[in-house]
Design a protein around this ligand. Structure first.
Ligand code: MOS
Length: 702
């Protein structure tokens, strides 16, 4: 008889902090208590460009319970700030509507909010410019795009190849500004003590917050402690400290009391980042069999006047499909707007909407099945670098999805599927996301009689990271998960990368594995009768791995059924299937949540999400979840995510690629492609609102 050893990796175990969360025991930033705490309410600019001339706080300061009104005239000076968004109250300049121009500090939250409405601010207003368009005079080519890619790449002779191509697609796709809306809005409690400051803060990485605050306030990094054991979502908006963090620390310093600051849902629309709008021209040239000969992706995005953030929308085009002649470009305009930032799969999400819509249009132009078109252009090696893929199972995802979705029974003609008032169609798109990691470090310790403790300054923003790390540690220690406790979310633990770029588990897991293996080796020598403690970091390991000539990415295929009401143009998605190839899945339960969460967000992007500009005020009109629509239960019906067996030893010791973001990539294109199949109408600007369809739908034949 053989004995099968079942490891913790791959087991669908419950979240280790699940009980604490549902019982309310798990504390989020705003729930920490401190005696003598004061509450801050943010004052936001009501003009989009100009200067603060005067702040009249006299009457407000007379209100009982109000302690101070901070503004640029009385705020403490900051030391070193490398992000213009964080130069809070350092000058009279206003760079966008909603920017922080002051704060009221009071004994209660209610008093602070009431007083905030009574402060009179006088502005010197200047004309603003907030609208991105394709021939904006301020467009320029940045040096790099997020996080550090070249802005322009070129290979072969795109222009000549495109001119000579037998079949051509030349289409422009647009996506609007979209705002991150995690369940838990951003919040900070700042407490100064003799030797520095402690923050209870909602973020995706305590190390980032610690270092930024230390620099801004002229402290040593170890004089700042950031505590964030539980975080209610981030999606990128909590990846870097936002201006309210600086404000809270500044306010606590100025007042000499702990200060609590909650960013309201409405304020998030100006203060916590958003996805840039994009204008993307896609040109694809192919032969009649659909083999790509020329690929060009020109992306236009926006940034603010105070910081350059250039989203890498054309980046996925560089590695996605083969084709000898290729070019990608990015241009950015500095407008009088808040600085855009990370929102779930920045780059890939808007970029693959354009790429995968254009591929659908090319398939139709060539008369080829869209799966077949993608299979014919699946590259042997990374087209940009010539490196082999560590693993690339896009074709297997497409084939598996086709089987499960009964794709081959589909009538490819658009506009022929109909049941009653519903026009019915199906569409698909590919998805991809890089599998990277960053150096991190971890403690592993053993206490006889009580078990193993792992400490790492990682973040669980709702993904299940704490649980996955527990499984990773248990396997590396070769003990049951019950014997392992993983502690995260505290900057006093060993330094770790943030929860971003789908790199959390890969980065932290590598450090945890290393620490646990070293601990085991120590125990083999010293026995289990003495307490043991090791610290490991992965700097060398990660540097060596990233020097390998390999392209490392996850892949997926998204299948969507869309139903369009022939009279109202309303779109429903009754069926969505995502098939992913992402290396080893650490925990099927939490992984599934990441995939279907991403797909839900992708359906939202396709149909609902849109931050609408008011050109006169220079700001977004929708500032809450009543005006900014995200999918609700009736919008999501049958939603299925599956994954292929894939083990990729090149990505990290766990063989696992990141999964936090790939679920959103491609979904919006699959919806748009399904809507086209249902109606014959191609919507090239998101979201696909009823008003964009209704005029073009067949009339009077219900
Ligand atoms: Mo993500 S947008 O890298 O937090």
């Amino acid at each position: 008889m053989s004995v099968t050893v079942v490891g913790a990796i791959g087991a669908a175990i419950d979240r280790v902090e699940g009980r604490a969360k549902v019982t309310g025991e798990a504390k989020y930033a705003y729930e920490y208590r401190r005696d003598e705490v004061a509450y801050a309410a943010i004052l936001q600019s009501t003009v989009a460009k100009g200067a603060v001339r005067a702040v009249d706080a006299a009457s407000v300061l007379e209100l009982p319970g109000v302690h101070a009104v901070l503004w640029h005239g009385n705020a403490p000076r900051l030391h070193e700030v490398s992000d213009g968004e964080l130069e809070v109250l350092q000058s009279d300049r206003v760079s966008y509507r909603g920017q922080i121009v002051g704060a009221v500090l009071a004994d209660s939250y209610e008093t602070a909010r009431q007083a905030e409405r009574l402060v009179r601010i006088e502005y010197a207003q200047e004309p603003h410019d907030v609208l991105l368009h394709a021939d904006h005079p301020k467009l320029y080519t940045p040096e790099k795009v997020n996080p550090n890619y070249p802005a322009v790449t070129s290979d072969g002779d795109f222009d000549a190849a495109f001119a000579a191509a037998e079949v051509k697609i030349d289409c422009t796709y647009e996506t609007p500004s979209e705002h991150n809306n995690p369940m838990e809005p951003h919040a900070t409690l700042a407490v100064w003590e003799e030797n520095g400051v402690t923050l209870y803060d909602s973020n995706q990485g305590v190390v980032n917050v610690k270092n930024t605050v230390a620099r801004a306030f002229g402290l040593e990094p170890d004089q700042v402690r950031v505590i964030s054991p539980h975080v209610g979502g981030g999606f990128g908006s909590k990846g870097t400290p936002r201006p309210h963090v600086i404000l809270a620390v500044m306010a606590a310093q100025a007042l000499g009391r702990p200060v609590k600051l909650a960013v309201t849902r409405q304020q998030m629309f100006a203060l916590t980042g958003y996805r840039t709008p994009t204008i993307q021209r896609m040109r694809l040239g192919a032969d009649r069999e659909g083999r790509l000969t020329a690929i060009c992706h020109d992306a236009i995005v926006q940034t603010s006047t105070i910081r350059e953030f250039a989203e890498q929308a054309a980046q996925p085009t560089r590695m996605m499909y083969s084709g000898p002649n290729r070019r990608t470009t990015h241009q950015v305009a500095r407008l009088d707007v808040p600085t855009p930032s990370w929102m779930r799969a920045p780059g890939e999400t808007p970029g693959m909407y354009a790429v995968e819509s254009a591929m659908d249009e090319l398939a139709i132009a060539c008369g080829i099945d869209p799966i077949e078109l993608r299979v014919r252009n699946d590259p042997e090696v990374d087209p940009e670098t010539g490196h082999r893929f560590s693993s690339r199972n896009l074709v297997a995802c497409l084939r598996e999805g086709a089987e499960r979705f009964e794709w081959n029974a589909r009538d490819p003609r658009p506009g022929v599927g109909r049941v009653g008032r519903w026009l019915i169609g199906t569409g698909l798109a590919a998805s991809t996301y890089p599998a990277r990691r960053q150096p991190s470090s971890a403690h592993a310790s053993y206490e006889p009689g009580s078990g193993y403790t792992i400490q790492i300054a990682a973040a669980d923003i709702g993904t299940g990271a704490r649980t996955a790390l527990t499984q990773i540690a248990a396997d590396a220690l070769e003990v049951p998960v019950e014997e392992v406790e993983v502690q995260i979310g505290d900057s006093s633990f060993p330094e770790a990368f943030l929860a971003g770029g789908s790199m959390g588990n890969a980065s932290w897991g590598s450090a945890v594995v290393k620490a646990c293996r070293e601990l085991r080796a120590r125990m083999a020598e010293e026995g289990s009768e003495v307490p043991l403690w090791v610290e490991a970091d992965t700097k060398d390991e990660v540097a060596a791995a990233s020097a390998e000539p390999l392209a490392k990415h996850g892949f997926g295929a998204q299948f969507i059924e869309a139903r369009v009401d022939v009279d109202t143009g309303e779109v429903h998605v009754p069926r969505a299937l995502g098939v992913f190839a992402v290396g080893r899945v650490i925990n099927p339960k939490t992984a599934r949540s990441q995939f279907i969460g991403g797909m839900t967000m992708g359906i939202g992007m396709a149909l609902h999400e849109e931050s609408v500009l008011d050109l006169e005020f220079g700001d977004y009109l929708n500032h809450d979840l009543a005006g900014y629509h995200v999918p609700a239960n009736p919008d999501i019906e049958q939603l299925e995510a599956i994954w292929l067996e894939e083990d990729d030893p090149h990505v990290n010791p766990m063989g696992a690629k990141g999964i936090g973001e790939i679920g959103i990539v491609g979904t919006a294109a699959a919806v748009a492609n399904a809507v086209h199949h249902a109606t014959g109408v191609r919507v090239r600007d998101l979201p696909i609102r009823p008003d964009k369809l209704i005029g073009a739908l067949p009339r009077g034949n219900r």
